[in-house]
Write a protein that binds this ligand. Structure first.
Ligand SMILES: [Fe+2]
Length: 290
């Protein structure tokens, strides 16, 4: 059986996560280093800022994608970073999605947004690997997004790294923005996170750590019925990546492969940027000794 690459669910947080140092950013770099050490062929990613209208999803095929600008980050942190779209991989993903019965179309004009390039810059500061971006669907149906992850899952056997970039607790209306807006301090904790944020953050970790295979898919879907879900996610967009990840890492073959909380950074008091990885790279003598 071909070894499976790990799958990441990363919470990208605010735009300031691009320019500021944090435990989460350190883990993104570590995950990128491990991916390069294992010679990944490319990255397949779903973010939280691009949703397609209609019944299905879109896949970016922009040859020279621009970057939508980000607030509160100096342009030197991102302006010159060259994005490398994987056009061949994009067409491969479109074929896989269609074969799974999902409507998928290319979008040759998509400008990349910080939900994806923030993570790529942090993971691969020395250069962007070939990357495929898959959109969400605007209806935010959890089952569809899980099927999208499932449709591209086998790319893990070919050395592609699958990443969902969203958020564990991400409700912009419930964040405390004042320290960031006044002092550019996104990590200020003038008061503790509110109970609903702590409760939902714990539930996400419990689902990731205690479920694998198809049970992970069921548990992740169930989180959208959690009593604090709507407090933790004012909109569904930042949770879809978690469903995509559960699809990509929740096959029968993934049974026994549990998610691990690798790092966590709270921002704006109530936004919890949890970083999860499901699965691991094959152990080598060098890594086993580390
Ligand atoms: Fe976002």
């Amino acid at each position: 059986m071909a070894p499976l690459t790990p799958v990441h669910f990363f919470s990208h947080g605010s735009t300031m996560m691009l320019g500021e140092e944090s435990e989460a950013a350190d883990y993104w770099k570590k995950a990128g280093d491990a991916a390069l050490a294992n010679n990944i062929k490319g990255v397949v990613m779903m973010g939280a800022h691009w949703d397609a209208l209609g019944e299905g999803v879109e896949v970016a095929t922009t040859v020279n994608p621009g970057k939508s600008p980000v607030a509160y980050v100096h342009p030197s942190k991102y302006a010159d970073y060259k994005l490398v779209p994987d056009i061949e991989g994009a067409h491969k993903c479109i074929a896989l999605l269609r074969a799974a019965g999902i409507e998928a179309n290319e979008n040759p004009n998509f400008e990349w947004i910080h939900d994806t390039y923030l993570i790529l810059i942090r993971m691969f500061p020395a250069g962007c690997p070939p990357t495929v971006l898959i959109s969400m669907n605007f209806r935010f149906d959890p089952h569809l997004h899980m099927r999208v992850g499932d449709a591209v899952r086998d790319l893990r056997k070919e050395g592609y790294l699958i990443i969902g970039s969203g958020g564990a607790v991400h409700n912009l209306w419930r964040n405390r923005w004042r320290p960031m807006l006044r002092y550019s301090d996104n990590f200020a904790q003038e008061v503790p996170p509110e109970p609903w944020a702590l409760e939902f953050r714990q539930s996400v970790e419990d689902v990731m750590a205690n479920n694998s295979g198809p049970q992970l898919r069921r548990a992740m879907t169930r989180l959208m019925k959690h009593p604090q879900y709507r407090d933790a996610h004012g909109t569904d967009d930042h949770f879809m990546a978690a469903l995509f990840v559960a699809g990509a890492a929740g096959d029968e073959e993934d049974t026994g492969s549990y998610g691990e909380l690798k790092a966590e950074t709270w921002e704006l008091t109530n936004m919890c940027n949890s970083q999860f990885t499901i699965g691991s790279w094959p152990k080598t003598l060098a890594t086993a000794a580390a």
